[in-house]
Design a protein around this ligand. Structure first.
Ligand code: TGC
Length: 392
């Protein structure tokens, strides 16, 4: 066992021993990017409520993480596990960074890749893979979050064109994006549309006053009789299931990502407890501190094993939505508990931006809610167990 230095929580379970070398190499590259490019600035970005999103998007494109799990069109076609580990490292920097990549790659790019025409894929995906063109995803509405099927946004045909109207909410990257995937009700059911933000009738006012994901841009998306060509509709996306299939992808990234935030909290707290003296000995030498640290390391390790299992199921093509829900529910819930518990060890110092824990805890409040609240995921799991949907 280790000497006085101690070991990191994930080393305790030797989790990396079961990960392929190529996946670990990607993880290391992303961790280095976060160390050099994100960590020195993230406190200030959080405080200012703004980060250089477009610049970061291009850098993340060069790093190879934008749509990295997709095939072709300049994407890496990496394993799901590799993508998950990248999300973990990005979220160790901040949930806003992982959200930027998730929404762009797992929601906007995935929607085009899975449901787009050959022309749409060719037009959008290569420049989205480099991060030159940025995408967002507009499903949620002010009155319809957990129940997206109730959406009021409508698209009606006008000759060959479509006319799109409605109000979408909580759009990550909204006002700084080039293109939005907008879901709207049509006479043929719910369809997905590719909407360039520069189109007349589109506006994206930013949401202000956020206490969570502060570095991230979050916008409304207002659509006022937006005229779109017939080619704007995603031809293969028909029905709410298509939008929900996109959410599966983003939820998958969160299964890993949340653990990055938790790991960062635990690392900072371990270091603090080893160096902070209380009543003449290190805080880490008290049984009550060690009990907390042990419980948190255990939950982090369990979450990591769960994430890797979910990743392997996805790589083998066997992953079911309810299994993603198990991962998202557990790992975000536990990550938030870890962040809050770490804050108690850091005491007053924990509420400042000198340490990452309150920033992560505040971010994780959003992560707990978006891409399906904990309650929605409990009901998805409940339905899988009983065969009975209990949403309504
Ligand atoms: P339901 O009748 O159950 O399903 C409708 C159709 O969808 C199919 N389906 C799925 N397909 C793929 N993946 C999934 N996970 C799926 N879940 C359901 C289903 O088989 C059905 O297909 P079909 O062919 O029979 O029509 O519809 P429901 O409305 O009763 O759904 C239930 C529920 C609650 C599970 C679903 O509505 C849900 O997941 N709600 C949560 C939505 C959510 O996560 N919203 C937050 C999104 S985050 C966001 O909008 C912001 S974008 C990110 C950002 O910018 O930060």
């Amino acid at each position: 066992m280790p000497g006085r230095q101690g070991m990191s929580p994930l080393e305790l379970l030797d989790v990396s021993g079961s990960i392929a070398e190529s996946d670990l190499a990607m993880q290391t590259a992303v961790a280095r990017f976060v160390e050099e490019r994100i960590r020195p600035h993230i406190g200030a970005w959080f405080e200012q409520g703004r980060m250089p999103t477009r610049e970061l998007a291009r850098e993340l494109g060069r790093l190879g993480v934008m749509g990295m799990h997709l095939d072709g069109y300049g994407c890496q076609g990496s394993t799901a596990t590799s993508y998950g580990l990248a999300c973990l490292e990005l979220e160790a920097g901040d949930s806003a960074i992982r959200s930027l990549v998730s929404v762009h790659g797992s929601l906007a790019m995935f929607a085009i890749h899975r449901f787009g025409s050959a022309e749409q894929k060719q037009e959008w995906l290569p420049s989205m893979a480099t991060g030159e063109v940025l995408g967002c995803f507009a499903l949620t509405e002010p009155d319809f979050g957990s129940d997206p099927g109730g959406m009021r946004a409508r698209a009606r045909r006008d000759g060959e064109d479509w006319l799109l109207s409605g109000a979408k909410m909580w759009i990550t990257n909204g006002s700084v994006s080039d293109v939005a995937i907008v879901w709207a009700r049509t006479e043929e059911g719910i369809r997905g549309f590719l909407v360039p933000l520069a189109t007349a009738g589109v506006s994206a006012p930013d949401v202000s006053g956020k206490l969570s994901l502060r570095a991230s841009i979050t916008s409304e998306l207002l659509l006022d009789d937006v005229r779109l060509p017939a080619t704007a509709v995603l031809p293969e996306a028909s029905g709410l299931g298509a939008a929900l299939a996109c959410l599966n992808e983003a939820r998958f990234g969160i299964v890993f990502g949340a653990l990055g935030a938790a790991r960062d909290c635990l690392h900072a707290t371990l270091s603090y407890a080893q160096h902070r003296t209380l009543f003449d000995k290190p805080l880490a030498a008290y049984q009550i501190t060690q009990t907390k640290l042990a419980d948190m390391a255990l939950e982090l390790g369990k979450g990591m094993l769960l994430a890797l299992h979910v990743g392997r199921l996805k790589d083998s093509g066997d992953l079911q939505p309810a299994q993603v829900s198990l991962g998202k529910l557990n790992n975000v819930r536990e990550a938030l508990r870890i962040a809050r518990e770490c804050r108690t060890i850091l005491a007053a110092n924990g509420v400042t931006l000198d340490y990452p824990v309150m920033r992560h805890a505040n971010n994780l409040e959003s992560v707990l809610t978006y891409e399906g609240t904990s309650e929605v995921h409990q009901l998805i799991i409940g339905q899988a167990l009983t065969g009975l949907p209990a949403y309504r």
